[in-house]
Each structure stands twice: as C-alpha cells, then as structure tokens.
Ligand binder design. Structure first.
Ligand code: NAP
Length: 306
C-alpha cells in the first residue's frame, strides 16, 4: 500500500483525505514513479471544486495533480527510454498528489541531477502551457508581448521563454511582485483600473500580442492595446471566445516533452529560473490548495510526498 490524496465529494480543500491505496502496475508504454515532488496548479482546485465536472466527469473517490517528478520503480511493456532507478519529470497519467503514480513514458524527460526535486516537479503544467502559447502567438524577436498575471506559474515561464527569444515583455502583477518580474526580464505594470494608460506609458504604440493568464475582465483592454483579436490569447476567459481571440486548452495542444527539454536547457544555462515559494508534505495538501486558491503567489507551490 502507499499514500495518496483523495476526495469523495466536490468541495473546498478540507474534503481532501490522505488514504492508503493499493499498488499501481505500469501498463504498456507506461512507467511507475516513486513520486518525489508534485507541483500544485490552479487546475487542481478547480477540479476539486467541481468546476471541471462537465468537461471532465470523475468517478469519485478521485485524486488530484499531474505535475510530477520522481524515480522510476517499474517499467511497462514496450518502454525503451527509461529504466528502474532513473530520475524523471513531466506529466502523470494517474494523480501525482501521491507516493506512487503512473506516467506515459512519452510524457517524461530525464531530470538533470542539478535540478532540485521541487523545481523538477513544478515544470510541466505551467511550463508546457507557456511554451505552447508562445508558439501559437508566434511572438518574434523585437516584438512586444503583454502578459496578464505575469508573476503567476504560467506567467513566470512565459516571461522567461519570451525574453530568451528576444521579445520585450510587459507583465501585470501586484506591486509586491514587481521586483521579481524585473529580475526575470519583464517590465512590470500594476493590474486593474487604468491599465491601458499604464501600458501605453511604457509602450506608446501598444503591443504586438497578449497572453491573458488572469481572466479577470482584461479582454477589452487587450483588444485595444493589440489593435484586434488575432494575437490575443486567453487561458481563462473562455466566455470571451466570441470576440475572435484565441482560447487555449493545453491538453489539446501537445509538444510537452519538447517544451520540457527547452525549459530544462534554459534552466541549466541559467537563463530560466523557477521560483518555488512553498513546499508541503502530503498531509498538508489542504493548506497548499488554500494558498493556490488565494490567487496571490510568489512562486510555485509543491507537494513532497516522500
Ligand atoms: N487553459 C489552459 O490550458 C490553462 C493552462 C494552465 C493554466 N490555466 C489557467 O491560467 C490561470 C493562471 O494559472 P497560473 O498557474 O499562472 O496561476 P497562479 O500561479 O495561481 O497565478 C495567479 C496570478 O494571478 C495574479 N492575479 C491575482 N489577482 C489578479 C488581478 N486582479 N488581476 C490580474 N492578475 C491577478 C496573481 O498576481 P499577484 O500575486 O501579483 O497578485 C498571480 O500571479 C489559472 O486560472 C489556470 O487555471 C489554464
């Protein structure tokens, strides 16, 4: 038996329990991991609260999490790239808020020894999304990208991937995150009323593209600053699809392993940093999700199951 986080009813994080579960077995093309770190993403508490139940119905009890880093302890039929004992990171198939998880071998990459577990476990969800978005928006060297919620998980990766491509980044955040954004290479502006004027103060011609990782009513301002919907993309404001902007769903896009390789290469080069704000043991999963739900973070939240 091993420990896993489960919930039997949708609700707040206090419905979560850490329970003993039977061992998992790696199927064809899969590996089983002893999970060392599982990154927390807003998607996880949205699932817990039932916000995803229409598009992603679950059989309860169910678990949470898909960002994972761990050690391969079983290899399924047909897997050639990994062996028992390998340290890996990526996305899991079964919930990663657990001591053991299964993953498709194609969704994993090798973890470099110098990358700490808590960083390795928080790369996949936010990092892959940011990489996909830049590909879709086709931001090129010399262009200006505006990112709403730039100091969040996705924003932090998007800022650094864009800067590494020679893109100028203007990012919205609360004042307490401005210094962190500057350190990552972005020009911070405060979100809220008067945003268009504040962005125009640093970019009088407007911006070439916009990534909305906030979803708090920023689309009209984004359309004005980008001069139209073609290069405005949201991760959250699905109800704004009728404006002609791009609505992104990471799970429909692919490119995960390629994205992780680029993110790791930039990390090893010292050109990309993943700030980890807080780590939690599995038993404190409810506290981790409460912090994530608060919506104001200074880096990734990570569970350390073992
Ligand atoms: N569609 C997809 O495929 C997809 C994929 C990944 C993520 N997402 C979604 O994208 C969103 C961002 O994810 P994340 O992991 O980056 O979240 P996160 O790490 O929780 O970051 C949230 C950010 O929101 C900012 N924020 C809070 N209040 C704000 C306001 N009033 N205006 C503007 N920004 C505000 C915060 O900045 P301060 O701390 O500075 O206040 C914080 O940096 C989530 O809703 C997530 O579910 C969607």
């Amino acid at each position: 038996m091993s420990l896993a986080v489960q919930f039997s009813e949708y609700g707040n994080p206090d419905v979560l329990r850490v329970v003993d579960v039977p061992p998992l077995t790696a199927g064809p093309g899969q590996v089983r991991l002893a999970v060392r770190a599982a990154g927390v993403n807003p998607f996880d508490w949205k699932v817990l609260r039932g916000y995803m139940s229409q598009v992603m119905p679950l059989d309860l009890p169910a678990g949470l999490g898909s960002d994972v880093a761990g050690v391969v302890d079983q290899v399924g039929e047909g897997v050639t790239g990994f062996s028992v004992g390998d340290e890996v990171l990526g996305s899991s198939l079964t919930p990663s808020y657990a001591q053991a998880a299964l993953a498709d071998a194609t969704a994993l990459v090798a973890k470099p020894a110098s990358v700490p577990w808590e960083v390795a476990g928080s790369l996949a969800g936010a990092g892959i999304t940011a990489w996909q978005v830049l590909r879709k928006l086709q931001v090129a060297k010399g262009e200006t990208l505006l990112i709403h919620a730039a100091a969040g998980g996705v924003g932090t990766f998007a800022v650094q991937l864009a800067v590494a491509r020679g893109v100028r980044v203007i990012g919205t955040a609360s004042e307490r995150n401005h210094e962190q954004l500057r350190a990552l290479g972005a020009e911070p502006v405060t979100y809220g009323e008067g945003l268009v004027e504040r962005v125009r103060a640093v970019a009088p011609q407007g911006v070439d593209a916009v990534l909305d990782a906030s979803g708090r009513g920023e689309i009209p301002d984004s359309l004005e600053l980008a001069g139209g919907p073609a290069r405005v993309l949201t991760l959250v404001a699905f109800d704004a699809a009728d404006t002609g902007i791009q609505v992104h769903r990471a799970e429909q896009e692919g490119g995960g392993a390629e994205a992780l390789r680029e993110i790791l290469a930039l990390t090893l080069d010292g050109r990309l940093r993943v700030p980890v704000w807080r780590t939690f043991p599995l038993a404190e999963v409810a506290a981790a999700l409460e912090v994530s739900q608060s919506g104001h973070l200074s880096g990734k939240l990570v569970l350390l199951p073992s």
